[in-house]
Design a protein around this ligand. Structure first.
Ligand code: HEM
Length: 420
């Protein structure tokens, strides 16, 4: 099948190939940022059909859309690098975190945070924390009444409170967590070096470094399930800059996505008439995969090829080139899924690209699934029978890298809150 779908011919900036069978990536200059914001689904469909690996001028590099191509590239460290693949913005935004490290350095750092993100940590600690946070925000949603914006009243503070606990700074307010998260995310994305963006991102670093440093002595003396505690317990403890950086990386990357998944789910269940009121744990878990597949909160992520070029699915990948993986497209690849554009929570289980793939695959996918599918949705649908988006056909996710619904007004038929 893969052999049948090749790149179309076209002008390319990458005309030299070393491997006889490779062809240069065709140009897809019809792909613009506006197109990817407004209708990435149609761009994905055309790219998958015509040029699953294409040169896109506004990106200044290759856009890889096929599931197979992305998987091949991301799982082979010889085929890509993450070091400075963003021009160094993430290291400036959060410090020397695991996200921009490779090989042994990456493995060492990742191993140190993983005890706080494994299913066993969820079982032992986080489920209870997530449930408490959900109950608190549910009451506020009920107080706000029908018509409330699920995103701002429930999903955002719920996700921020969870993240504060996971990293080991449970006393932070959700407003501060969100403010810092947005400031550092903007810093990570600041490839055009906007000075104003660095002012807020750098300020977030100063504030957070002081808070992390202040928390370290207490957390060292009172070990728990948190990321900070896990890193402080490690035999080969990381330098404090890396400890801080990994906490800040989790704050910058671990709030928005679970927040948007909570909202995307309620929107999709309404739009596609899924009877979530009667869903059991297994159904919510399947639904999570399907919501993440069709409506991934992160649409694309960037890597860079190493200095050597290579062949990928018949296309020549030149050395030292920007490689953008179009995760949303890979999740709709007809060579990976039957009826790829249909929302079907009962579909055959197959891998999805929403969390990336390979050594840098999302470290927080277990906790995100536990928080959203294991706690948020079950609590929402149990407490608010008839919960639904008011206008599911009017709103849709937007954004080209991070995609989310700007707001989701919801209503319900009655309220069944458990006694305190
Ligand atoms: C639905 C929610 C989430 C989605 C869709 C998501 C998605 C992603 C994606 C696409 C990547 C990049 C993978 C790559 O470069 O190959 C990533 C990396 C990462 N995510 Fe998540 N994420 C989510 C939740 C979380 C949470 C809750 C946390 C922390 C508690 C987290 C921590 C991380 C970390 C630490 C990395 C870097 C991993 C590494 O470089 O080794 N994520 N995530």
């Amino acid at each position: 099948m893969l052999g049948q779908r090749g790149p179309t011919t076209g002008t390319s900036l990458f005309m030299s190939t070393n491997i006889e069978s490779s062809v240069p990536a065709p140009m897809a200059d019809w792909v613009t940022m506006d197109h990817l914001v407004a209708d990435p689904e149609s761009a994905a469909e055309r790219l998958l059909r015509e040029s699953p690996i294409a040169f896109v001028p506004f990106i200044g590099g290759l856009l890889i859309s096929s599931y197979h191509g992305i998987q091949e590239m991301m799982n082979d460290p010889a085929k890509h690098t993450v070091v400075n693949s963003d021009g160094g913005t993430t290291d400036r935004a959060v410090g020397p975190s695991l996200m921009r490290r490779e090989g042994e350095q990456h493995v060492r750092q990742r191993k140190q945070i993983m005890p706080s993100l494994r299913p066993s940590a969820v079982e032992r600690g986080w489920n209870k924390v997530f449930s408490r946070n959900a109950q608190k925000r549910l009451r506020e949603l009920v107080e706000a009444g029908p018509g409330a914006n699920l995103d701002r009243v429930f999903a955002r503070p719920f996700a921020a409170d969870n993240l504060a606990a996971i990293v080991g700074l449970p006393n932070l307010t959700h407003e501060d967590v969100v403010r810092w998260s947005h400031a550092m995310t903007a810093g990570s994305a600041n490839i055009f070096d906007d000075a104003a963006v660095w002012v807020t991102s750098d300020a977030a670093n100063v504030e957070l470094d002081a808070i992390i440093d202040g928390a370290i002595p207490y957390v060292r003396d009172h070990p728990d399930e948190s990321m900070l505690s896990a890193m402080l317990r490690a035999d080969d403890q990381l330098p404090v800059e890396a400890i801080r950086a990994n906490v800040k990386l989790a704050i910058s990357g671990g709030v928005n996505e679970p927040q948007h998944m909570v909202v995307n789910g309620v929107w999709a269940f309404t739009k596609y008439a899924v009877d979530a009121a009667d869903a059991d744990a297994a159904t919510f878990a399947r639904a999570f995969d399907e919501v993440a597949r069709l409506f991934p909160p992160i649409s694309m992520i960037g890597k860079r090829s190493r200095t050597e070029g290579y062949d990928l699915d018949g296309v020549w990948i030149p050395g030292d080139t920007t490689l953008v993986t179009f995760l949303l497209a890979a999740n709709r690849d007809p060579e990976q899924y039957d009826r790829p554009t249909e929302f079907d929570i009962d579909r055959e289980r197959k891998g999805i690209m929403s969390f990336g793939s390979g050594p840098h695959v999302c470290a927080g996918s277990n906790v995100a699934k536990a928080a959203v599918a294991g706690v948020a949705w079950p609590h929402l649908y149990a407490a608010l029978p008839g919960l639904r988006a008011i206008d599911p056909h009017v709103v849709a996710p937007t954004g080209w890298v991070f995609r989310s619904l700007p707001a989701l007004p919801v209503t319900w038929d009655r309220v069944v809150l458990p006694e305190d």
